[in-house]
Design a protein around this ligand. Structure first.
Ligand code: NAD
Length: 463
């Protein structure tokens, strides 16, 4: 398709979405539930196909496809269907003395036309989970999956375009050019998941129309391991969280800060669990992914020189295979400690005091996630209150993302806005506040001339 034709198609789709939204069809709760059920049916019917394309794009293990992609989305849909009537209900709130008599309430209003732009690492979860929020809240929506996970992008587009009327929800495939063209157009809500660098472009473009945005970005997620924990169970949970999808997870532990008293034991246990999870040759394991592209592979390969290899370090460029690698790092100025790794390399740095931990984490502030392994409550309290981060977990790693009762999102460089469960509904709704006044009482004290009322209000308000 020529660029000109594509841009024309996008404009036509947006016009159709505008018209559809204006018809008021999405305001009906039964309509939204029906759309969510259709999406659920489509995801379940395509679950095997989803696993196939994820295997082609990333050699994603079947377990990870069913749990972190298709299964994850169905869980979000079920929760939304069950709770939508409660979420969408107008909420009464109280009056204050000054505004009596009045009824006060909040109406959740859909933004209107939403745009979702997704990344390649969990291509289905990270486009469909926000789509659940967009549908539940009553928006029309255009979805652009990442072109980097090529087969996944094609399947996402065909699932969406075969399931919904195009004037309500549609998908457009394409690369940066298409993403840029979309961002030139006016939406009422943009939900972007991807890198901080592109996040800045999205924010800049959204600013031109003052469009509401949610930015789900990345960062360097610290994993702090105190001296007083069980080294085996801690190592097991760190290794699981780090090498799930070969470390290509936004909330993957980026680096480990381990108390010097536990370092050697932790190394030993991490190596033991690596062997247990992926065997002596992880390349032959059905449970270990590949790197998405040659560009990312080469970027990761360069990090191997930034420290001493404790485990792994083996690779095969022709297969985009990089073994799960543990790297002892002493120089914090090395690129591996300056950039988000987003791959199967785990730098380990020893520390002696929590002051040192805070100093190291502050070099890459506002991580998306933070993990703290400790049995010392005051250490946990200190680190959770003093380190700013998006969300996190005590004594475990990525598992917390599955709990849709917790809001998910970053702060500063790791993003803004939250979603999952009810928070996805909120992300795509404007909370419209309404006060309904009565005619029966109208104290003249608030109207000009103010002279008499001034002293009274000064006393009342400046207390
Ligand atoms: P990316 O920013 O390169 O791409 C994301 C999307 O933006 C793609 O659809 C792409 O086509 C589009 N895009 C790329 N360049 C663009 C440009 N110049 N203008 C407009 N659009 C553009 O990110 P990625 O490589 O797909 O994903 C990796 C990053 O995403 C990591 O930083 C990771 O931490 C982050 N991430 C965050 C989350 C989260 O939930 N917070 C989840 C997954 C990934």
């Amino acid at each position: 398709m020529t660029e000109e034709k594509l841009l024309k198609d996008i404009d036509q789709l947006l016009l159709a979405h505008k018209k559809f939204f204006a018809s008021g069809a999405t305001m009906d709760m039964a309509f939204r539930v029906k759309a969510l059920k259709k999406l659920k049916r489509a995801v379940i019917d395509n679950a095997d196909r989803i696993a196939e394309v994820l295997s082609a794009d990333l050699q994603k293990p079947l377990f990870e496809s069913y749990t972190a992609e298709a299964g994850y989305i169905v869980k979000e849909i079920n929760f939304a269907i069950k709770n939508l009537p409660r979420w969408a209900k107008r909420k009464k709130t109280r009056s204050i003395l000054f505004t009596l008599p009045s009824r006060n309430y909040i109406v959740n209003e859909p933004y209107g036309l939403a745009l979702i732009i997704g990344p390649w690492n969990y291509p289905f979860q990270l486009t469909f989970a926000p789509l659940v929020g967009a549908i539940a809240a009553g928006n029309c929506c255009l979805v652009k999956p990442s072109e980097i996970a090529e087969q996944s992008s094609a399947l996402i587009a065909s699932i969406i375009n075969d399931t919904f009327e195009h004037d309500y929800i549609a998908a457009v495939e394409g690369d940066v050019k298409v993403a840029r063209a979309l961002l030139e157009r006016k939406f009422d809500k943009i939900f972007f998941t991807g890198s901080p660098a592109v996040g800045k472009i999205v924010m800049e473009k959204a600013a031109q129309n003052l469009t509401d945005i949610t930015l789900e970005l990345g960062g360097k997620n610290p994993c702090i391991v105190d001296s007083n924990v069980d080294p085996s169970l801690s190592a097991k949970r760190v290794i699981f969280g780090k090498f799930f999808n070969a470390g290509q997870t936004c909330i993957s532990p980026d680096y480990v800060l381990v108390h010097k008293a536990l370092k050697e034991k932790l190394y030993h246990e991490m190596q033991r669990w690596l062997g247990h999870f992926y065997g002596t040759d992880p390349k032959t394991s059905p449970d270990y992914s590949r790197i998405i592209s040659l560009k990312h592979f080469r970027r990761l390969e360069n990090y191997l020189a930034d420290g001493a290899i404790i485990a792994g370090g083996v690779y095969d460029e022709t297969e985009l295979y990089l073994a799960p690698t543990i790297l002892e790092v002493n120089d914090l100025g090395k690129p591996v400690m300056q950039e988000e790794i987003f791959g199967p390399i785990l730098p380990v740095i020893e520390y002696a005091s929590l002051d040192q931990v805070e100093e190291i984490v502050a070099q890459n502030p506002n991580p998306l996630a933070c993990y703290i392994f400790s049995n010392n409550r005051s250490n946990v309290e200190r680190l959770t209150t003093r380190i700013p981060f998006g969300s996190g977990c005590i004594n475990d790693t990525i598992i917390y993302k599955y709990n849709h009762h917790l809001p998910f999102g970053g702060r500063g460089g790791s993003g803004m806005g939250k979603y999952h469960g009810k928070y996805s509904f909120d992300a795509f709704s404007h909370q419209k506040a309404i006060m309904a006044r009565m005619f029966r009482l109208d104290p003249s004290i608030i109207y000009p001339p103010y002279k008499k009322a001034l002293q009274f209000f000064k006393k009342l308000l400046l207390r």
